[in-house]
Design a protein around this ligand. Structure first.
Ligand SMILES: *Cc1c(COP(=O)(O)O)cnc(C)c1O
Length: 370
């Protein structure tokens, strides 16, 4: 049986059918219906956000947030992320300026932000990558000092807390993805968490073509409204997400137990003051110490029907659509990690015995090279 790197959490079939039953009575399928309103209300509480709006996906959350904040010129971000983060910046007509990441948790290296700020910089777009929380305190200090906006790509951070508080409270905006592969999903979907009321009103219009009322269109917006079927999936999944995260925790603990201490394997960090959602299990292989490199390990796993992912490789700045635009030598740590990282299978229903098999396969790779 093939093991994929991820597998979508599913509510009980009957539970979903019950949830969507009302839709046959109301015939109201999209445009901010009852399910949309209810999910928005529940997520606001769950994420401890001041305010939330729902959209079609995490990418539109990022694109619309940048548009609503009317960013201009340059935006400081990292290339060690899913392509969506960089695309959202470029598709807003902005120039991404790539900041390197740190070696411990792969988030933005805050000691390098200030040297990248110019008079064209309008914002910082850091990524809570793999669910690791960025240095939110230092980013906030820098943003205040230079008058910059902060939009967090929080796609990996559903339910994560820092010092007991939902991470949505940091920055001007936090963008979540509810894609089928994420810890919490609405099949496709996303959310924008924010504080500023005026910003929220703009987002509300932007996600609906910029329509203000029947005779007024005030913004040039796309269509990014979450439909009722997706919102209903979210209502079902939200009931079970804590249990799913607990199951992920057990799996992650097993991975740690088995792989801890192996020479040349760096496990994901346990961050101080952070309540994790156990979204991913990225492992970094240092070939000089482990014996073989990431690609060999991945191949060995693939031969045994285990799908691990080179997530994130290549860097977003290296894709052919951005050819010759950015220099990866300017982000050497991101470059180093991206060539060595492998994300191991992790989803709530993954068997512990399968985790053992995966770990044994990995450890054998190292030994066979000695
Ligand atoms: C998933 C993801 C996105 C995009 O979200 P979609 O819902 O797939 O549009 C953006 N950034 C990161 C880091 C992601 O992992």
């Amino acid at each position: 049986m093939k093991i994929n790197v991820t597998k979508s959490s599913m509510p009980d079939f009957k539970e979903y059918c019950d949830e969507i039953k009302d839709l046959w009575e109301s015939c109201w399928l999209t445009n901010m219906g009852e399910k949309h309103k209810e999910l928005q209300r529940q997520l606001k509480a769950y994420l401890q956000a001041e305010d939330v709006d729902l959209v079609t996906n995490g990418h539109m959350a990022l694109e619309l947030s940048m548009q609503a904040l009317q960013l201009t010129g340059e935006v400081i971000t990292t290339p060690f992320t899913f392509i969506s983060t960089t695309h959202a910046i470029v598709r807003n007509g902005l120039t991404p300026v790539f900041c390197d990441i740190n070696r411990d948790d792969y988030t933005m290296d805050v000691s390098r932000i200030e040297q990248l700020i110019t008079d064209k910089t309008s914002a910082i777009v850091p990524v809570h990558v793999y669910g690791n929380v960025c240095d939110v305190d230092e980013i906030s200090r820098i943003a205040t000092r230079y008058g910059l906006k902060v939009i967090y790509d929080a796609a990996h951070t559903f339910g994560v807390k820092y010092k007991g508080e939902g991470i949505a409270k940091f920055g001007d905006v936090s963008c979540y993805s509810f894609h089928a592969t994420k810890v919490f999903h609405t099949i496709e979907g996303g959310a924008i968490c924010y504080k500023d009321r005026a910003f929220g009103e703009i987002i509300g219009r932007l996600k609906d073509f910029g329509i203000c009322d029947e005779e007024a269109v005030t913004e040039i917006g796309p269509n990014a409204k979450m439909n009722e079927f997706c919102a209903a999936m979210g209502l079902c999944n939200l009931r079970h997400v804590d249990g799913e995260i607990r199951k992920r925790k057990t799996i992650v603990e097993r991975y740690r137990e088995k792989l801890e201490g192996a020479d040349g394997i760096k496990l994901p960090p346990v961050q101080k003051d952070v309540t994790s959602n156990y979204a991913y299990f990225p492992v970094v292989f240092d070939e000089t110490r482990f014996g073989v490199g990431r690609d060999a390990v991945r191949e060995r796993l693939a031969e045994n029907e285990v799908g691990a992912r080179k997530y994130f490789y290549p860097l977003t700045s290296e894709y052919s659509c951005y050819e010759n635009k950015y220099d990866t030598k300017k982000t050497p740590v991101a470059d180093w990690v991206s060539k060595r990282v492998l994300t191991l299978p992790l989803y709530a229903d993954l068997d512990i015995s399968t985790v053992d098999v995966i770990c044994d396969l990995i450890l054998q790779c190292g030994k066979s090279a000695v």
